[in-house]
Design a protein around this ligand. Sequence first.
Ligand SMILES: CC(=O)SCCNC(=O)CCNC(=O)[C@H](O)C(C)(C)COP(=O)(O)OP(=O)(O)OC[C@H]1O[C@@H](n2cnc3c(N)ncnc32)[C@H](O)[C@@H]1OP(=O)(O)O
Ligand SMILES: O=CC(=O)O
Ligand SMILES: [Mg+2]
Length: 528
Amino acid sequence: MTPTRTVEITGAQVDRQDEVLTPEALELVARLHRELGARRLELLQARGRRVAEIAAGGTLDFLPETASIREDDSWRVAPAAPGIVDRRVEITGPTDRKMTVNALNSGAKVWLADFEDANTPRWESVVEGQLNLLDAINRTIDFTAENGKAYTLRPDDELATIVVRPRGWHLPEKHIRVDGEAVSGSLVDFAVYLTTAGRRQVEKGLGPYFYLPKMESHLEARLWNDAFLLAQEALGIPRGTIRATVLIETIPAAFEMEEILYELREHSAGLNAGRWDFMFSIIKTFRTRGADFMLPDRNTVTMTVPFMRAYTELLVRTCHKRGAHAIGGMAAFIPSKDPAANEAAFAKVRADKTREANDGFDGSWVAHPGMVELCTEIFTSVLGDRPNQIDRRRDDVHVTAEQLLDIASTPGDVTEAGLRNNINVGIQYLAAWLGGLGAVAIHGLMEDAATAEISRSQVWQWLHNDVVLADSGEKVTRELVERLVEEEVATLPGSPADYAEARATFLEVAIADGYVDFLTLPAYERMP
Ligand SMILES: CC(=O)SCCNC(=O)CCNC(=O)[C@H](O)C(C)(C)COP(=O)(O)OP(=O)(O)OC[C@H]1O[C@@H](n2cnc3c(N)ncnc32)[C@H](O)[C@@H]1OP(=O)(O)O
Ligand SMILES: O=CC(=O)O
Ligand SMILES: [Mg+2]
């Protein structure tokens, strides 16, 4: 019997959805799902097998089977594409209407339009985000906010280039079912953008550009490359038009940077150092391995600690060896209305971007329009009139596996203050996420899915490794965490009842015996 071939939308009707959920978009989603869906699931299972090997005493290293790719000096990635040659400052943020206009107008060279860390994959946000991108590219996004403020795109040619970050391979999109199966959120975000706004970008002489998150191996990059090949061929778009920058933000991927560039070489737009998910991945991957992999309080881990230096230096070296952009990461400090806090935030971002520019990065990320000018100034002081410094080879850098895994020498303590902060931030973030906001300011810092993952994973790791807090001398136990959860929730604005669902989700991902791979998975289950 021939299996039934169906494409079904189960999400609530969203105004104007037919403009982005077109027959062509849905057909491409279905084709990608049918041809690549099984491989995606196999690769997700391979992640689990690797963690099990590490739990049993294994480790990570550069792969022997791909040594020839690393040793072959002859290959390079494709030359930089129009609109993403000069990337000295990139702003990131969700794709709601206001943020779309503000980001495009911000003066940044690139806008990372986020369906991932800064986004809640509510069905309405998934669809409206795509509509906002389409309206932005058609320059029809003008609107007036409820407070009367009018938003319109700047009239000059200085709009940021749009680079879309689809969801990671792990997240399903439960509102679209192909042949009765839930599809990948990554493939939905990719296919809908490509067939609608992305195709308009091609007509305008730019391209459909992507940032690819949370990958753990070059085989996952190969899967993306195969999705690009299939989609370009299906839509009659010339091969190599799509470009993608890969976030190196997992510890296994840090050992496969060259292989990832190689897999995507005709579509590659370089690599980015996604520091927050990188830290999350270290905790997650080595969570059962005791003191050798125990990071101190989240806010004390800086980019100058040895393992972070090893990772960022290797990233610049790898990119420039292959003719690719190396893009820096996110300093989470955002402008504040309090003058002292504001001055401190700007000083921290200045130091961060200065180090990146001097290390050879070609540009970096900011979370807020107020930081665009500062980042531009710092990179311009190093780049001058050059659009990037890809030709600055870092052959002086030699990074070993031991250096990438040197977590133990990170200075700092695990304290009750750190535990309380993780609980407080984790619950506040989850409350925002469940309410539809994927990025929020908490205690003067930008918080998103990646930083919240660190918070809850540290609690899990400290609890399951019997850590004793340096300041109070108490051991981290389930009872202690539950007591601090009650105390911290009592300090939050509103009533404790407002946090009931966030609190329950937090406890599920922070103290349960079984470790949940991503907090967004159970949180997504709680969403209609
Ligand atoms: C680990 C990672 O992946 S990092 C990348 C993912 N994370 C992100 O992208 C976070 C992006 N940043 C943000 O979402 C926001 O800056 C927040 C939530 C942290 C703070 O936002 P707010 O509380 O609105 O800040 P604030 O009130 O200072 O904003 C001032 C103005 O700037 C706008 N703005 C702030 N950040 C952004 C942004 N990233 N993009 C576009 N506009 C922005 C606001 O919309 C607001 O506009 P308005 O004056 O027209 O109302
Ligand atoms: O996506 C970026 C990160 O730091 O995580
Ligand atoms: Mg990330």
